[in-house]
Write a new protein. Sequence first.
Lengths: 197, 197
Amino acid sequence: MPAEARPYHHGNLRAALLDAAERSVEKSGTEQLSLRELARVVGVSHAAPRAHFTDRQALLDALAERGFGRLGAQLKVARDGAGPGFGERLRAVIAGFIAFANSRPVLLDLMFSAKSYGDKAQLPAAAETLAVVYDLIGDGVAEGALAPGDPERYGLLLYSWAQGLASLIASGGLQPEVADSLVSDAVSTFIRGNAAG
Amino acid sequence: MPAEARPYHHGNLRAALLDAAERSVEKSGTEQLSLRELARVVGVSHAAPRAHFTDRQALLDALAERGFGRLGAQLKVARDGAGPGFGERLRAVIAGFIAFANSRPVLLDLMFSAKSYGDKAQLPAAAETLAVVYDLIGDGVAEGALAPGDPERYGLLLYSWAQGLASLIASGGLQPEVADSLVSDAVSTFIRGNAAG
DNA sequence: CCCTGATCTTGCCATTGCCAAGTTTCTTGT
DNA sequence: ACAAGAAACTTGGCAATGGCAAGATCAGGG
């Protein structure tokens, strides 16, 4: 069965569509994404995607969910690769987040845009991502680096800032080194602003 | 000339389109915005908008620019209505920003989304908005409430956080009082984390 | 008074998302 | 092994959209 004479069944259409979609979205923006165009790129008929995604939005939701999976994994790697101290780990995780934002700005936007909250199925993936941050905060409080307080509240503060920074950086206009030091300042401000004692 | 027999020339089409667009966008999201639908609502032919906006994107850009104008004005009012101290003014301005985010979440998203940066013409409007914040920060440093430092850097830190908070709040899922206290915590953290001495 | 430019209209086209019905392949139960 | 059913994919079609072209209408200055 030669690969050129493409078989009736693609075999991996769902993943292929998501890959193509991610490339397209990152290159031309979410609004420009066309299901028919994706189908052409992948080499199937214009209605084939329908078998895997009921909707254009469903495709976007799936893209976002996959993004959360990767983000979560990346954050864990960053955390585990850093030193043992709270500050080091926090810095590493936030840096990982910003790196993700730099490498896949549109995807990140897609993940956190209000539109995607329509699909509840992806909440677990998002929650797992956030859990990395929450756990870290719990450690920070336990270590005494942060004043005692609600971890979730700390998480929201930190998360909102990270997202704002990511959005700012993704919008371009900032030199990479400026961006890095900005993030570093933000983390310092956060730790100092919530220090115990 | 009775108003019902609508004249050939609308007379105020541009503004009418922007108004209708803002309502539509705020109600159904940016992606759903249809130029033809707008034309129907306003009562003109489907190609009439073309005389005022070359593009769908041009319409969105104009919307964003008008939004910046309003935001800037609102922030100034908030600042001038607050007490004389740096902390009070900062709090008032950030609160004004969040209020804007609550009342027009989609518009704010439109204003700060990377898409809009295509049109350089709106940068002045955005800059004027940010100037309010920058000035305030200069005051803070002068008062000794903030450690000496680059006002622009402070501005970026603050701005990114405000945007992240606004985005979080606009995405829903947060009780208003929770949102308010979260914002308050953020401002406190920022001031404490950058306090002089 | 005319005429130039701005405003608006009708008509058109390619593209898109989505749906329906039919075809081909895989799978599963017996 | 084999038939029945499910899953994957195809062709065909529809309504709506954005954008373009050419013409109608109007406003204001020469």
